[in-house]
Design a binder for this molecule. Sequence first.
Ligand SMILES: Cc1cc2nc3c(=O)[nH]c(=O)nc-3n(C[C@H](O)[C@H](O)[C@H](O)COP(=O)(O)OP(=O)(O)OC[C@H]3O[C@@H](n4cnc5c(N)ncnc54)[C@H](O)[C@@H]3O)c2cc1C
Length: 353
Amino acid sequence: MKHFVILGGGYGGVTIANTLLKGNMPSDIRLTMIDRMPYQTMKTEYYALAAGTASDVELRVPFPVHQNLNMKYGEVSSVDLENKKVIMENDDPVYYDQLVIALGCTDRFHGIPGAEEYACTIQSMSAVRQTYQVLNDTKPYGRVNIVGGGLSGVEIAAELRESRPDLNIALIDRGSRVLSAFPPKMSAYVEKWFHEHDVETLSHISISSLEPGVIHTTGDDIISDATVWTAGIQPVEIVQKLDVPKDHQGRVLLNEYYQIPEHPEVYVCGDCASLPFAPSGQAAEGQGEQIGHIALALWRGETPRLSPIKLKGTLGSLGKKAGFGLMGKRQVMGRVPRILKSGVLWMSKHHFG
Ligand SMILES: Cc1cc2nc3c(=O)[nH]c(=O)nc-3n(C[C@H](O)[C@H](O)[C@H](O)COP(=O)(O)OP(=O)(O)OC[C@H]3O[C@@H](n4cnc5c(N)ncnc54)[C@H](O)[C@@H]3O)c2cc1C
């Protein structure tokens, strides 16, 4: 038997497992997926759990159940590429013939002193649970600063406004506008929503350090009862420590089959992989489906047929009633994109379930 091991049961890992299970895997392949959690979590909704508008259980989706899939729960510590083994925390190593690394991302603090120690984060379920506690225990009329005006920062600021009307909320960015990766018209719409809902947007702020209760900047200090960090991501530490070629964002460079060129038995998927677009759940799923088909074709001795990954666009929420979206060049703002986003979440949950 050959052991095919998937590290990480997120958007990428689960899609690969489902693709393999539907695709007539050869009978000599043993499939194992390893995750620290006993269920998949809907990472795209972490902002709602942090703010307190969604419950923990609403974000959980059962892993696929199939006689040919062995689920293993535990913490992966490292990958030994030379000896083809996965080192587990407090458990025996797992040996593989083929491996997928789909462990997602963690925060990037840009070397700012105190950021890691004093800011709350939202890149893992465990971190989000702690952030929920801090945000919802913040004293009445306290001040919460969200650092980073990208999609996650915008969604969490808006959701927190709905959850805690009493709080003073500010969204801080070092650029000139929120959602700098989106068209200016969309940023203007979002900034107007924030203005109408009493969320401050602070631009051109360069943070120099964090201490308990205060954010130091190159200008004035900013008082902060709670700070949420959404100002950058990078692949998880396990991937950071892998001695393989990477792009400038720390993502692993891959060949046409999404394998590490020096280790073609290892695929890398999702936020850990160097892809020609920004990390997203959609990209992880699109790539995951391709990796599944590639593995099936190679097992059959066929040449995999590949087409470019197609992304459908991005949808963001401003609380429960408004949203924004970009589909190709088409910009949508208001209630419709919010309804679409709820629909996408529903489909995503049921697909995985
Ligand atoms: C607030 C927020 C909103 C977002 N909104 C969108 C959106 O609207 N659309 C979109 O496309 N994308 C969105 N994203 C991005 C998207 O969630 C990620 O790009 C996507 O989850 C990446 O998928 P992945 O499979 O690479 O990793 P993940 O889905 O993060 O899966 C990684 C898995 O690995 C497991 N794991 C990690 N480390 C270990 C370890 N050491 N041991 C064992 N298990 C481990 C984790 O438990 C997890 O199950 C959003 C992200 C955030 C934070």
